[in-house]
Design a protein around this ligand. Structure first.
Ligand SMILES: [Zn+2]
Ligand SMILES: [Zn+2]
Length: 162
């Protein structure tokens, strides 16, 4: 496919994603979806910086509003690593987990540990019907480990938070 048709195809795809989620298609919502495609696991501030390149009149508040609408509509997922700003992504249709570098904040997707949601069983569910397990593995990414080997935390993900 030629490059210009890729761009057109993505514009159609973006609008279709919004409509499929029951959301009205607006320039700022389209720009936020495009920013999420470009920068998965970005904070609202980071997404605003991306959106502002194509839509300079956009406000941070409108990006927050779009993200809130996306999460409510099931188009985007918000992950909230402890001590860090909330991060947003479009990959919502599975129960995947995240591996986060405790030094630089790099984030990687990790597929479900076992099959499908919730994919992990609590040692005691206290009678709850468990639907989702959100696991954050904290560790040191290869780049950080190479930059400062043996400094601080062990280079192996050790802590899983639920
Ligand atoms: Zn790192
Ligand atoms: Zn993810």
């Amino acid at each position: 496919m030629a490059p210009h048709t890729d761009v057109e195809a993505r514009a159609v795809d973006t609008a279709a994603r919004l409509r499929a989620a029951g959301l009205r298609v607006t320039d700022s919502r389209r720009a936020v979806v495009d920013a999420l495609i470009e920068r998965p696991h970005a904070s609202a501030d980071e997404l605003f910086a991306v959106v502002a390149r194509t839509l300079p009149a956009t406000s941070l508040q409108s990006v927050y509003n779009a993200l809130g609408d996306f999460v409510d509509a099931g188009l985007a997922r918000r992950i909230e690593p402890a001590g860090r700003p909330g991060l947003f992504e479009l990959r919502v249709d599975d129960n995947h987990h995240h591996l986060i570098c405790s030094r630089c904040g790099a984030v990687e997707d990790v597929d479900c540990v076992v099959g499908e949601a919730p994919c992990l069983t609590p040692s005691d569910a206290h009678g709850y019907a468990v639907q989702v397990a959100e696991v954050t593995f904290w560790g040191v990414c290869p780049a950080c480990a190479q930059a400062a080997p043996g400094d601080g935390e062990p280079a192996v993900a050790g802590l899983a938070r639920f």
